[in-house]
Write a protein that binds this ligand. Structure first.
Ligand code: IMP
Ligand code: MG
Length: 183
């Protein structure tokens, strides 16, 4: 691919860098208020949540811990299957901790509902989810993110951590890909 024209592969920009930062600032304010006087362990889901974690955490003027998990939800192309495997576990013991799982997008909700179940069995004091984006299908799942940036239509989006075949994660905006990219 012609790597110098990555931006041109976006056919429609849904959220600009400025909009993303503004929304994350609002989410950070809500989280800061909700966790006042409590410890906070933010758990990022690799690899997509790297950008959200970096910006959301830096928008919060308080002490917090960060840890990371990598999970693979078996499934090819653009759909996840809900069969999940831990590729990298937490380094932190979450017993008695207030855990905030940070993700960039919830699509079917299968991955996160599995993850929250799994982490829930380790005895955290609390466990909540913050996600920048949520697609409609996730509404049908028991997984209820407390902090949601935006609800978006059922379209495949890239940028700001979101990938298509591992590319486009480094775009600052979030948008949809031109049809020519898929063919
Ligand atoms: P779920 O189990 O269907 O909720 O899958 C969520 C995961 O699928 C996300 O963490 C992403 O890695 C990936 N995903 C879902 N929708 C998109 C999208 O529109 N663009 C890029 N990745 C996506
Ligand atoms: Mg992800």
């Amino acid at each position: 691919m012609d790597s110098s024209h990555v931006e041109h592969d976006l056919v429609n920009i849904l959220f600009t860098e400025a909009q993303i930062q503004e929304r994350l600032g609002q989410m950070a304010e809500a989280i800061t208020a909700d966790y006042e006087g409590k410890d906070l362990l933010m758990v990022g889901v690799l690899r997509g949540a790297v950008m959200v974690m970096a910006d959301l955490s830096r928008a919060m003027p308080r002490h917090l811990d960060m840890d990371w998990m990598a999970i693979s939800s078996y499934g090819s192309g653009t759909k996840s299957s809900g069969v999940v495997r831990i590729l990298k576990d937490l380094d932190t013991d979450i017993t008695g901790r207030n855990v905030l799982v940070v993700d960039e997008i919830i699509d079917t909700g299968l991955t996160l509902s599995w993850l929250v179940n799994s982490l829930g069995s380790r005895g955290p004091a609390s466990i909540e989810i913050a996600t920048l984006l949520r697609k409609p299908e996730a509404m049908a799942m028991p997984v209820e993110p407390k902090y949601v940036g935006w609800d978006i239509p059922n379209e495949f989006v890239v940028g700001y951590g979101l990938d298509y075949r591992e590319e486009y994660r480094n775009l600052r905006d979030i948008g949809t890909l031109a049809p020519h990219v898929y063919s």
